[in-house]
Design a protein around this ligand. Structure first.
Ligand SMILES: Nc1nc2c([nH]c(=O)n2[C@H]2C[C@H](O)[C@@H](COP(=O)(O)OP(=O)(O)OP(=O)(O)O)O2)c(=O)[nH]1
Ligand SMILES: [Mg+2]
Length: 148
């Protein structure tokens, strides 16, 4: 009867914070006309049955961008409820291994510096992810390899 009082669907999402060797992060623009169309995001998508979040992130990046990445440290997990959807989104730091990013399932791709993220419009849930990126050591995978 009253649809607003029903529980919204819950999606478990894996998302990649992909660092270039120079220390930039890859963001993509969601297709116009789709859910949250035109907003920028960290690429990723819904987990499939039997998959770990790391496997989900690696698969989504291959499917959406045609890139191979190494999935590294956990960055943050956030829970956010939109008007008609609840998401639990887990973001990992990732490293670009091979393949030029292609706009297979998005409208646009950019490599940006951390301090440029504020110039792009992301979904509301991303505020916390961007804060976590700013607080984390900037390039954990590269930093670790330099320490050895
Ligand atoms: N990938 C990604 N999704 C985000 C971010 N922030 C945010 O609110 N979302 C939301 C938008 C969507 O409701 C959901 C992600 O689902 P999706 O539409 O990308 O799922 P998917 O890639 O599996 O695509 P599909 O099978 O539904 O077409 O999470 C983000 O930074 N990255
Ligand atoms: Mg997606």
């Amino acid at each position: 009867m009253n649809q607003t009082s029903s529980t919204p669907p819950h999606k478990i999402i894996g998302a990649a914070v992909i660092w270039s060797e120079q220390g930039q992060i890859l963001i993509d623009r969601r297709p116009l006309g789709g859910e949250m169309g035109g907003l920028w995001e960290f690429p990723g998508g819904k987990i499939e049955p039997g998959e770990s979040i790391e496997e989900c992130i690696k698969r989504e990046i291959q499917e959406e961008l045609g890139m191979v990445i190494a999935v590294g440290e956990h960055l943050t997990t956030i829970d956010h409820t939109y008007s008609n959807l609840r998401i639990t989104l887990t973001a990992h730091h990732c490293q670009h291994l091979s393949g030029e990013p292609q706009t297979i399932e998005c409208d646009e791709i950019r490599w940006v510096w951390v301090n440029e993220l504020e110039n792009f419009t992301f979904p509301p849930a991303n505020t916390e992810i961007i804060e976590a990126i700013k607080k984390s050591s900037k390039q954990p995978l590269l930093d670790r390899s330099k320490q050895q």
